[in-house]
Design a protein around this ligand. Structure first.
Ligand SMILES: [Zn+2]
Length: 318
């Protein structure tokens, strides 16, 4: 009998799921808004419904399912299937595995969403063939997944990969984590918007004022990208500096871990060349070199599908 798996990427605004066969071929996909305001119980119920609907649409039942993989943006205790903390979902100590066991009998693997994204990029995306890979996801926050020697590196408590919280400046704005000058307070989406807003005060000629309808608060990283593409100097400078901060952070990580490849994804990476150019230049200038050593930086290949595909991969490995 053919067995299937389901991979789910639970985000702060959307949840996406895919049903795949035993070879990881995706047969059906579904995307729904995440009812964050309904609390953990409400979100998990919506998730269970999504699984049931996906099965029903293919004339399958839970008995046809061998496992489900679930990616959550936050700190995860994989062994116990707990979400320790998720700032995006406003969850603390949510017993995801416990909830699952009450409704389903098939196995569930819960993991951090960026770690799963790294697995997917390594298996099917821009990291294919690399045994030592750093996958960085730039979005509302900055996370990474480290694949070392062909395996996901998790660290002693499963929290390895928090690249957004390495320090890139001695002083600097306070981060959500409590530290000062973290990479995330310079290069995550909201930080890019904030830095642009600060610079706008002394540059009334910037195109950003017009794009934001005269209201600084309306500036987003996306708008800063648009302004830069239309030749706005302030916006171009913001991207130049963002790339430099990322290059500084990644140079430290590359010097420490000596990866074969670095894959950069997430919404902010959509900025493209204006971000990658200064990033690569800074990385090259600051990482320790050796004859013939380079650190290729590639844009992620799977886009927003990386989380779901990684969850499918995790379910297949169970
Ligand atoms: Zn931090």
């Amino acid at each position: 009998m053919e067995r299937y798996v389901i991979g789910i990427d639970l985000g702060g605004s959307k949840m996406a799921a895919a049903l795949a066969d035993g070879q990881g071929r995706v047969l059906a996909e579904e995307r729904r808004p995440t009812p964050v305001e309904a609390g953990a119980e409400g979100v998990l119920s919506a998730l269970a419904e999504l699984v049931e609907d996906l099965l029903r649409a293919q004339n399958l039942t839970e008995r046809d399912l061998s496992a489900v993989g679930l990616g959550i943006p936050g700190m995860i205790d994989r062994e116990r299937g707990l979400c320790l903390f998720s700032p995006n979902l406003f969850w603390r100590n949510v017993d995801v595995a416990g909830f699952w066991r009450e409704r389903f009998s098939c196995r569930l693997v819960v993991d951090n969403d960026v770690r799963l994204g790294a697995v997917a990029e390594a298996e099917w995306g821009a990291g294919r063939g690399a045994r030592d890979l750093i996958f960085v996801a730039l979005g509302t926050g900055i996370g990474s997944g480290l694949i070392l020697g062909g395996e996901v590196y998790r660290g002693s408590r499963g929290l390895a990969g928090e690249i957004g919280h390495i320090t890139v400046s001695r002083d600097g704005p306070v981060c959500n984590c409590g530290n000062h000058g973290c990479l995330e307070v310079y290069a995550a989406g909201p930080a890019i918007a904030r830095r642009a807003q600060e610079a706008m005060a002394s540059e009334p000629e910037s195109l950003l004022w017009r794009l934001a309808g005269g209201d600084k608060e309306k500036v987003t990283a996306e708008l800063v990208s648009l302004a830069a593409d239309q030749g706005d100097e302030l916006a171009q400078r913001i991207w130049e500096e963002t790339g430099e901060y990322l290059g500084i952070g990644l140079a430290s990580v590359a010097t420490l871990l000596n990866p074969e490849r670095i894959v950069v994804g997430g919404g902010v990476a959509q900025a493209g060349e204006k971000l990658f150019r200064p990033l690569v230049r800074t990385l090259k200038a600051r990482a320790m070199t050796a004859p013939g050593l380079t650190y290729p930086v590639l844009p992620a290949a799977l886009g927003s599908a990386a989380g779901v595909r990684g969850a499918v991969a995790a379910a297949l490995k169970l």
